[in-house]
Design a protein around this ligand. Structure first.
Ligand SMILES: [Zn+2]
Ligand SMILES: [Zn+2]
Length: 183
């Protein structure tokens, strides 16, 4: 009786693929992996002015996540509409902001605080360059690398401050994030 061929699992011992060997499977690299997780977290966002999310990573481990939304237990924009406030810039232009929500970056920091997780020296993955308030908070929380998929339209001060603080800012696309009724 011919001996049944059992894959040995040892590389290079057979012309045929060993059971479970999948050389054609393409794994996402770490950055793609974190950005894909970020997109999944963003689905939980409850304000349509952005629907952003943030992933905080240390030693290739996700240690906190956050998405833009109303404070826990309060009604969200999706449920009752935005809470819009008008702000004026130094040139007299006006911008409308939804202030019902907490930004994704802040919520990720709050989640880490709630669980007593240090994010000192960590990397944050976010949809667009952070606003000024999030920028200052990220610096003081000890975030040392900020990876953004796109630019936020008014990120001049944030970019300047991140650089001044020695934070490694990586913007993956110069494309600007836009959303409805932004001005
Ligand atoms: Zn809103
Ligand atoms: Zn922000």
């Amino acid at each position: 009786m011919p001996e049944e061929k059992v894959p040995s699992g040892e590389p290079g011992t057979s012309e045929e693929l060993a059971y479970g060997q999948n050389p054609d499977h393409v794994r996402p690299d770490w950055q793609d992996y974190f950005l894909k997780v970020m997109d999944t977290v963003a689905e939980r966002a409850n304000c349509d002015r952005g629907r952003a999310a943030a992933i905080i990573v240390k030693d290739k481990r996700i240690i906190a996540t956050g998405y833009v939304g109303a404070p826990a237990g309060l009604q969200s924009c999706d449920e009752i509409g935005h809470l819009i406030k008008v702000a004026f810039d130094e040139r007299g232009g006006q911008k409308k902001h939804c202030v019902r929500t907490t930004h994704a970056e802040m919520n990720a920091i709050a989640q880490a605080a709630r669980h007593g997780t240090s994010i000192d020296g960590a990397t944050i993955y976010i949809k667009m360059t952070p606003c000024l308030d999030c920028t200052k908070l990220l610096i003081n929380a000890g975030i040392t690398t900020v990876v953004c998929r796109k630019r936020y339209h008014a990120d001049h001060d944030s970019v300047r401050i991140l650089k001044a603080a020695g934070v490694d800012l990586q913007v993956l696309s110069e494309e600007q994030e836009t959303y409805a009724n932004m001005e």
